[in-house]
Write a new protein. Structure first.
Length: 406
């Protein structure tokens, strides 16, 4: 098979072969250029470009009947549009993703087959789920009794709730979100980076000893207060509220927390005079930004065998100490959303407390752990020790609470 090309046609084919973005056009140009040598059969030309003999013959026929314009530029013809592009199916998939309706891509395949009579492979289903913004993730559990409307109302009207509190007009107001977290020697493994193809093994400890961290963050400034205790009860909760109140005695402190049984209620006569409580709606932990801090704590102490609850206390305290010295980080976790904006609007004036009552001001964050406990002594530790032992709670570690009793 031999083809004779004029110089203009040869030049155009050489340009197409070198520069065309369409691979099929490059193959067509290559076949015609090789055919000018007159030594290749249709079969051999097809083998060179990995096409069938019939396809090569069709290309030559297109060239002989329409020239270069008839040969080049048709590219791949579109096939039948995918049923997955249907607006109805895409909307139904997006709604299912929003609701977390499917656990596996196999369940999506079954749903497509039952609802629309469409059969698709698992890889195709995962592709379309990804195009719709889907991701395979673990959902956050929500109690069956949660009232969504009540939670949304709290978010929408926090400013009104703060303004309705019994606080003198013009007083300095600080708004805190507070919560507690349990930690202990019953390890929970968390995700970690590892090598592909290698099973990562972590030792675990399964002892039932626990500690509790009280935490509060100022939702405007990002400042924080923490207290580690061996248990939770009304007495310990009151101790923590007094710690918050003493942080800035001249200010009024609004503490937003849940209705746990060991939490004081609004109007409780034992509350410090400058503390007001604002309870969260029931079963709505996602409204409390302190929950994000506990996730950081769990990440930092996870996948390690601590040995004793005292060692675990120290590990948790190191993380909380870093948080205490990083108000910008905490402020970024709280964000500038509904709680920050409405709390900021309710604060008539604001003063940042520059001292740490629970800290030795000469404490060096780089100091070894051996010097850590002494740096956390509270000047009135004996008074707080008495409170620890007078609330009817078994104290497993003799009142260890962000400081050591001696």
């Amino acid at each position: 098979m031999k083809v004779v090309l004029d110089p203009a046609a040869r030049e155009e084919l050489e340009r197409v072969y070198k520069e065309a973005s369409c691979a099929k056009d490059r193959q067509k140009a290559q076949v015609l250029l090789l055919a000018t040598e007159g030594i290749y059969s249709y079969q051999r030309l097809g083998e060179i470009v990995m096409r069938s003999r019939a396809t090569v013959i069709n290309w030559f026929n297109a060239y002989f009947s329409g020239g270069l314009d008839g040969l080049l530029g048709d590219g791949a013809r579109p096939g039948r549009p995918s049923e997955m592009k249907s607006g109805e199916i895409a909307a139904a998939l997006a709604k299912g993703l929003e609701e977390g309706a499917w656990v596996t891509s196999g369940q999506v395949r079954e749903w497509l087959r039952e609802e629309y009579g469409i059969e698709r492979s698992g890889s195709t289903v995962r592709y379309w789920l990804g195009k719709l913004g889907g991701a395979h993730k673990v959902p956050r559990p929500v109690h069956a009794k949660k009232d969504e409307a009540l939670a949304e109302d709290f978010k929408a009207h926090l400013y009104e709730k703060l303004s309705a509190l019994d606080i003198p007009r013009g007083a300095r107001v600080r708004v805190w979100a507070a919560d507690e977290a349990r930690y202990g020697l019953h390890d929970r493994l968390r995700r970690c980076w590892s090598l592909r193809g290698q099973r990562t093994v972590k030792r675990m400890q399964m002892d039932y000893e626990w500690g509790y961290a009280y935490g509060a963050v100022d939702v405007v400034s990002g400042e924080s207060e923490f207290l580690l205790l061996p248990s939770v009860n009304l007495g310990f909760s009151l101790m923590f509220l007094r710690q918050i109140a003493e942080r800035d005695p001249e200010a009024h402190h609004v503490v937003i927390w849940d209705n746990a049984g060991f939490h004081q209620r609004p109007g409780d006569g034992t509350l410090p005079a400058n503390v007001r409580l604002l309870p969260l709606p029931a079963y709505s932990p996602e409204l409390n930004p302190v929950e994000k801090l506990w996730e950081i704590v769990r990440d930092r102490v996870a996948n390690k065998v601590h040995g004793t609850i005292t060692a675990m206390d120290d590990a948790v305290a190191r993380v909380l100490r870093d948080m205490y010295h990083a108000p910008d980080m905490i402020r970024s976790l709280v964000g500038t959303g509904w709680m920050h904006l409405q709390a900021n609007a309710s604060s008539k004036t604001f003063s940042i407390n520059t001292f740490g009552q629970w800290y030795n001001v000469n404490y060096d964050p780089q100091t070894a752990v051996s010097g850590f406990k002494a740096s956390w002594f509270h000047p009135n530790r004996d008074r707080y020790r008495d409170r620890l032992f007078n609330h009817g709670t078994q104290n497993k570690r003799k009142g260890k609470a962000l400081f050591s009793f001696v």
